[in-house]
Ligand binder design. Sequence first.
Ligand SMILES: [Zn+2]
Length: 252
Amino acid sequence: MKSFPGIPSISARPLRSALALIAAWATLLTSWQVVQAAPAAWQGSLPAGHLLAGRTVVIDPGHGGFDPGSIGRQADEATINLQIALALRRWLEEAGARVLMTWSKPQDIPKTRKYRVQSRMVYINSTDADVLIDIHCNASAAVWHGPQTFYWAGAPSYHLAQSIQEELQYLTGSRRQVQRIDQYVLRHAKMPAVNVEVGFITNPAEEQKLLDPEYQRRLTWAIFLGVERWFLRAHWPQDLLEAPPPTELMRR
Ligand SMILES: [Zn+2]
């Protein structure tokens, strides 16, 4: 099993973290120390947080059932998407959020029955969720690698994508940037929505990492930090909150 870099220490984080409250960082630091000190903490003894209390997140692990998504050498995309979605749910719940999922176990979507993405969308929009996070794996030539976060429209979705991507860049060293993409789920979601492509399943080395529970833990921690930082945006300067996405991202 490969070793991976440690969860970034709070003190080493770039200055942009000044956007968050000291209290927020104190809580994050606490979580980080617990995780660092005792891997067993992951099994359920993390102290319940409160920063996301009252917030609802809906997570949509992409594909499932008859639709495996992209296929890697060892696994299909739906399997990895679900594993990462479940790990992310864990972090969000620890922080006090209410988490809904479009599906949370393979039996939820029988392989023999086609589901319509439209029905999934109806469910998503029937929730009172504050935010939608779609989880997918990317697919392309075998050399391509790195996580990337996409959004479709609106400053809230853009800033959420940016917040998550910054954490993913910090974790992986990837220089991939947030991009705008026309996807059914993102286009029809009535709440701020992003699609986190967690990595390329078509890159054997990255697929191996994506299947590693330790890497999944670090990856989901990064996504979680991005989400939490965005939720705490009430403390951000108004001009930043209202800033439109850079125009080059609007090209299709
Ligand atoms: Zn996908």
